[in-house]
Design a protein around this ligand. Structure first.
Ligand code: TYD
Ligand code: MG
Length: 458
């Protein structure tokens, strides 16, 4: 008889092991490994008649008449790439309590106003609780169909009908379970099977599926990342619980650009869209304070101005401290090294703190120059000329490299009343173009050393 190679799968991280062990080598969790029957190579035993031949079709075909459903909440639509796609599955991840349920309830209620049938299925809250929330959000006349359920078989049976809802929210996928899968809700096996069933229903019925997923402490969507591969779009809803605004960020999108952000403010009566995020991230004090610069960044397709704050102080004990909020700490170390070797700034016995104001997290290398300028400003105790924005990438040789979308950055700065921009030399050919469109005083820098003379300008 052929040997069955059963596999041993960790229910926390999904890692597969050759034999049973008490602790998963991959994620370090104890007692999470369960033996699963192997998929035996059945093919040999299958006769030709039993195989359903797959059919190949051409790339061009009949299009769906309304490919995108606009929810009417612009920040949400933009993050999805212009609205929800029929038959797609979207995952909204985020910390518990950050506002995922609120966001989705508001979004689908807005969508329901255009007459689209919608189901909101909660496994976490009872109907009364959801109604209470809807009341608070002022959604009195919404036609969203509410249900409290956790059994996937029941949910599938209800949604899989001819005149069923066009959009379904599952809040949250960790509370759902498939009967017959031998593990508790929230485990990899349950999350994966529940999502699989729902997604295949979505594709079959052209239903838009919005899944809510809680994120674990480590930052992975619990039921570890398995969902990210299965769905079409992954959005993260982030923010500090102590601050009022929230960012909705695209992590993956099969139907649109990634790295797009939507900005909301959490108020007493729900989430409110923030249409001009730059105003939110600028305090208005940036001109007077040492160590503060304004970075003209791009988030997704949108320019956003943010304040970068640096603090340099003498080290009290032994090793110098470097602390970063909202930026990459390895990148900070690199900039400090470049500042030391190319600018002659010795920060070996100073603590350096860097903060991106407002809780935004920047990943663009274009912020290098603004960070360097903030550190120089903090160290020298001098400020840049009033109303100045900065952007540019820093090379290891101290050279300032050009970055993309200069025009969009400059236009946003001009719109918000800035007067000067410190930026890299333009790539050949676009200089004239920019100068004719932008009324800012453009200060081009090609080397880090060029900054020192700018700090003397007033
Ligand atoms: P919720 O949507 O329940 O979070 P999640 O589904 O991500 O777990 O949001 C809960 C938080 O939002 C809660 O701390 C209270 C706050 N909140 C408001 O500040 N204003 C409101 O109008 C609502 C509905 C919630
Ligand atoms: Mg919730």
């Amino acid at each position: 008889m052929a040997r069955q190679n059963n596999s041993f799968v960790c229910q926390q991280c999904g890692a597969s092991h050759g034999k049973w062990t008490g602790k998963c080598d991959n994620c370090g969790v104890w007692n999470s490994i369960i033996e699963q029957p192997a998929l035996i190579n059945k093919l040999r035993g299958i006769s030709k008649k039993e195989i359903n031949k797959i059919e190949f079709l051409s790339l061009v075909g009949k299009e769906i008449s309304e490919p995108r459903l606009r929810t009417g909440i612009n920040e949400f639509d933009r993050v999805c790439g212009g609205g929800l796609v029929s038959g797609s599955a979207l995952l909204v991840g985020g910390d518990p309590g950050i506002g995922k349920s609120t966001l989705l309830l508001q979004t689908v209620s807005s969508l329901a106003n255009s007459g689209i049938p919608i189901a909101y299925i909660s496994g976490e809250e009872g109907i009364e609780q959801i109604r209470l929330r809807a009341n608070r959000l002022g959604l009195f006349n919404s036609s969203v169909g509410l249900a409290s359920a956790t059994n996937i078989v029941d949910i599938l049976g209800t949604l899989d009908v001819e005149e069923g809802p066009k959009v379904a929210v599952i809040d949250s996928i960790q509370t759902m379970y498939v009967e017959g899968v031998d593990s508790a809700p929230g485990t990899v096996a349950q999350v994966r099977s529940s999502a699989q069933e729902l997604i295949s229903l979505a594709k079959r019925r052209l239903l838009t599926l919005l899944l809510v997923g809680h994120v674990t402490k480590e930052g992975a969507i619990a039921g570890p990342r398995v969902l990210e591969h299965m769905v079409d779009t992954v959005l993260y809803f982030e923010g500090e619980r102590t601050q009022h605004f929230r960012l909705l960020r695209t992590v993956k999108n099969r139907y649109g650009p990634t790295d797009e952000i939507g900005v909301f403010e959490m108020t007493g009566s729900g989430l409110v869209e923030v249409t001009n995020p730059s105003e939110l991230f600028l305090t208005g004090h940036s001109d007077q304070v040492h160590g503060t610069t304004v970075f003209a960044g791009i988030e997704g397709t949108r320019p956003v101005l943010v304040e970068i704050q640096a603090l340099v102080s003498p080290t009290a004990f032994g090793t110098a401290r470097r602390a970063v909020v909202g930026w990459d700490s390895a990148r900070l170390s690199m900039i400090l090294a470049v500042l030391q070797s190319r600018f002659g700034m010795n920060l070996g016995s100073s603590d350096v703190y860097l903060n991106v104001a407002g809780g935004l997290r920047i990943t663009e290398p274009a912020a290098d120059l603004a960070v360097a300028a903030a550190i120089i400003s903090a160290h020298l105790g001098r400020v840049l000329p009033k109303r100045t924005v900065v952007f540019g990438e820093l090379g290891l040789g101290g050279e300032i490299r050009a970055v993309g979308q200069s025009l969009a950055r400059l236009k946003e700065a001009e719109k918000l009343g800035f007067k000067n921009a410190i930026l890299p030399d333009f790539p050949v050919g676009i200089e004239k173009n920019i100068k004719s469109e932008i009324g800012l005083n453009l200060i081009n820098v090609s080397l880090l050393q060029d900054l020192s003379s700018i700090f003397d300008l007033k």
